[in-house]
Design a binder for this molecule. Sequence first.
Ligand SMILES: Nc1ncnc2c1ncn2[C@@H]1O[C@H](COP(=O)(O)OP(=O)(O)O)[C@@H](O)[C@H]1O
Ligand SMILES: [Mg+2]
Length: 462
Amino acid sequence: MNYKNIEIIGLRGFADKQTLNIAVPNGQLGSGLSVIVGPNNSGKSTIYEAFRAISQNNPPSITEGRRNKDAGDRIEIKLFTTDETSLELKTVATGGSETVFHENELHRHTVKILTLPSRRTFSPFFNKSSWNREQYINNSTLAVVRGAQLDSFPYRLFEIQQNQNAFNSVLSKVIGTVPSWYIEQADDGNYYLKFNYNGSFHNSDGTGEGLLSVFTIVDTLYDSKEDDVIFIDEPELSLHPSLQRKLLQLILEYSKTRQILISTHSPFFISWDSIFSGGQIARTVKEITGTKIYQLKKNTADKLETLLQNLNNPHILGLDAKEIFFLEDNIILVEGQEDVIFLNKILELRNLSLNGTFYGWGVGGATNTDKIIQMLKDLGFKKIVAILDNNMKHLIIKLQKLFPEYKFVCIPTDDVRTKKETKSKPAIDGLIDNDGKNINSQYIGDIDELYTEVNNYFAYKS
Ligand SMILES: Nc1ncnc2c1ncn2[C@@H]1O[C@H](COP(=O)(O)OP(=O)(O)O)[C@@H](O)[C@H]1O
Ligand SMILES: [Mg+2]
């Protein structure tokens, strides 16, 4: 059984009904991975809370502060399977914090989603109790306040220790060499996690937060089974980029057959392989009318996949481009890296600035513009400007028709940079010389005008 989507109304910023489509694994790497991005305070952790609330055995109380007044102070969370059965969690009709489950052929005891919060520290000293996976899920309730410690995790450690080889072998895929560790009881009766680094011993308090965070994440994976569902809020916390890369690989591997959802601020957790093989990418945005969820459409992903097949342009969807998932609005698309470099040079020389951010190193040729724009549109970007060369005027007319809400302009020359004649190409009179030092004076008026036009578009609230 797989889940198809979750609908959320009334929880925190969710003033009206929003739907998150959940990736369904098909055996391919990353196919079951759903990645949620979006600025701070846009609603990512609220989605995590929705999953946690609906996976409890008993209907949770939903505190006043979590309920959206615009949605009538009421909450509805509805989880659908791919078979169209569903489980709904609603606040009771008479108002207040209490909730009730409605089962439409999906029994609440079968919904077993392991949710891991972003706050993953735990007290270095703990009591003894051993929780299996199911107990861990059932006992993970929606905390009254956020930011509580993950003090139930040590109960998992007692269980993991019985199965340490399996756990360590998964752990080593992220951190390489695993330090030897075991649970120790201090003379006062308290238990603690003891690490042995080549004969130097210390407890979890003396261990980096990154390692402990990886412990809690690996724990969600190592004893999981096919079709299990796991939600990890911000897996990247405290992790060095190289470990983030390895952790993503591990998550991609597991998501061949499991539904894994993560929210993230890290471009290292964006995988095109995943997106192209059926993985989902969603972006939450806090708008005037509340939190919205935007999602990349399958059709758009298919078109983007053709871009990656161009071996000469690996950077179009590279790490710089992935930054796009983490930018606020006001995006500037240009044809290639020269445009990014030289348009910025011109800004510098004219002592001007553009109130937007360049997309990566350009879109890799004007004819890719529509594909990149469609991706940004799917993800809910409201303000996009494409600046193309003068010889692309015909394309601009087409693009403007396709995307009337965005702005398309062209520079007054056929290339940003002046180029000498070569055997294959005629000379080009550009906006700026090869060294990026002198602007072609005849175009200064046009350039200033173009930059003003772009900034006016960005400033105008539609
Ligand atoms: N009761 C509420 N009514 C309306 N908005 C709320 C309520 N509680 C929280 N919010 C809003 O929800 C957002 C918090 O979302 P959160 O899921 O924590 O974001 P993220 O994880 O993306 O940083 C904030 O913008 C906050 O203003
Ligand atoms: Mg959050």
